[in-house]
Design a protein around this ligand. Sequence first.
Ligand SMILES: [Zn+2]
Ligand SMILES: [Zn+2]
Length: 99
Amino acid sequence: MKTFHCNRCEQLVFFENTHCENCGAQLGYLPEIKQISAFEVIEDGRWKSLHPEAKDQFFRPCHNYAVENVCNWVVPADSPETLCCSCQLTSTIPNLSTR
Ligand SMILES: [Zn+2]
Ligand SMILES: [Zn+2]
């Protein structure tokens, strides 16, 4: 299984984790660098990456992360998309409200 480290406290974290179990940092997947990053959530809802390869870049959670909790990818804060590149490809998550 692929493992990662929390960028804040170096705790071992797994791909599925949404929070670091040690320090509580928000975690998300950065597809650009294929790494899990720890984030500092700032007041306007954007997430600031603590990962050395994306340091001080701003992101926000994929819509499916924020609402459906089925995705842990993030998109750049200035992107017009609300879905990450993975969810855009598999965009037919059934609309639960149409039934
Ligand atoms: Zn941590
Ligand atoms: Zn997604």
